[in-house]
Structure formats: C-alpha cells, structure tokens
Design a protein around this ligand. Structure first.
Ligand code: E4P
Length: 216
C-alpha cells in the first residue's frame, strides 16, 4: 500500500519524506488555509520534496471553473493531481481533465455508488473519507471494503482507492488489510505508526547492556 501525507505543512512533509516511505501528498483548501501560505507556492514546494502525486484541490463549483483552475495548477509540476469534489460538475470536470491526460483525485466520497461514477468518469484516484463516516456512527472502513471489491470486479477501472480522513493508526492497518491502494495519513499518525513501547524499552535495554559491557 502506498502512503501519502495528508497535510500542507511543508516542514512536516520534509520530516516524514526523509523516512523514505512517502509516496505522495494530499492537500485540501482547509489544510492550505491552515498553513497560512500562498496555495501555488505550497504546492510547488511540496513537489520539490516528494516525487509522487501531489493533490491540489480546486474550489470552483462548476466544471468550466474547475477546469480553468486546474490548468495553471498542473503547470506547476507534472506530479500535480487535480482534486475535484464528487458532484455532477466534478464528474464532468474529471472526464474532461482525464481526457487531457491530467490525473484527477475525486474527493469527498461517502458512498460506493459515488466511487463507481468517479471510476467511470476516469478518475485516477477516489478519496473516500472514512473518519467522517466513523464520526457519525457509521463504519467508514466498510465503504473501503465495498469500493475495493467493486473496482476489483471490473478490471477496466484503473482508479486507485485512496483512503482519506484517517483518524488513527488502526485505520491505516485496516486499509492495508482490505487492499486499498493508498492511505493518506496526517503527520501525527505517522508518529503513532512508527512508535511502540516495546521498541523503546528494547532499545534502552540494548544500549544499557552495551554500555555496561564497555565499562567491565
Ligand atoms: C483527503 O485528501 C483530505 O485532505 C482529508 O483526508 C480530510 O480529512 P478530515 O476528515 O480529517 O478533514
């Protein structure tokens, strides 16, 4: 499973990219706003750090507007992927952009039928938001299971399942178990994924034994 970072914080991206495990980055208008920086500059900096798909989301609500916003964004770097919302206008924009050879990440997916339509429109990625479904008492991972199975039924679909709205390391484990293509992970969850108390205790014991042996 590929791991993307779900953030617009360039320094965090630099930190986790250095681990050698990051395959791409997703941003959204909320994350860009939180960074307090100029959208295009942030995207360009991220592209210089991570060599993989970098999602930049349009904010227009109509297909012509989405397409117009997409054009300068893809000019920033060949790895820029255009993120569009899962609406009828988003599907229209997806089809047009895909026909122009532009990779589209269809976002804000909350149902399997939405995912089916995105694949038919030619999306490169579908982003089901599992945490937001969990938040309202549904089982978000059930949606991932459905989409993985549905896409698997139709080999002509090339859309990759990009698990989004990830809230904890358990979500990442489950995404990998059900065979999702990608999981986009907020930085603090990368820390939770790498940390284990037995690793820390074991390392401390190894070092203590080593030091004791040097002194004897
Ligand atoms: C994905 O691309 C989105 O940026 C993100 O996963 C949304 O997650 P949230 O529900 O934590 O805002």
């Amino acid at each position: 499973m590929q791991i993307f970072l779900d953030t617009a914080e360039v320094e965090a991206i630099r930190t986790y990219a250095a681990w050698g495990v990051i395959d791409g980055v997703t941003t959204n208008p909320s994350l860009i706003a939180k960074s307090g920086r100029v959208f295009e500059e942030v995207i360009a900096e991220i592209c210089a750090i991570v060599d993989g798909p970098i999602s930049a989301e349009v904010t227009a609500l109509d297909a012509p507007g989405m397409i117009a916003q997409a054009e300068p964004l893809v000019g920033i770097h060949p790895n820029v992927t255009i993120k569009v919302p899962l609406t009828p206008e988003g599907l229209k924009a997806t089809e047009t952009l895909a026909n122009r050879g532009i990779a589209v990440n269809v976002t804000l997916c909350f149902s399997a039928t939405q995912a089916l339509l995105a694949a038919k429109a030619g999306a490169a990625f579908i982003s089901p938001f599992i945490g937001r479904l969990d938040d309202r008492g549904e089982r978000g991972m059930a949606l991932i299971e459905d989409i993985v199975e549905i896409y698997g039924n139709y080999p002509q679909f090339t859309t990759e399942v990009l698990v989004a709205s990830v809230r904890n390391a358990e979500h990442v484990r489950q995404a990998a178990l059900v065979g999702a293509d990608i999981c986009t992970v907020p930085p603090k969850i990368m820390d939770a994924m790498v940390t284990h108390d037995l690793t820390d205790k074991g390392l401390a014991a190894f070092l203590a034994d080593w030091e004791a042996a040097q002194g004897s």
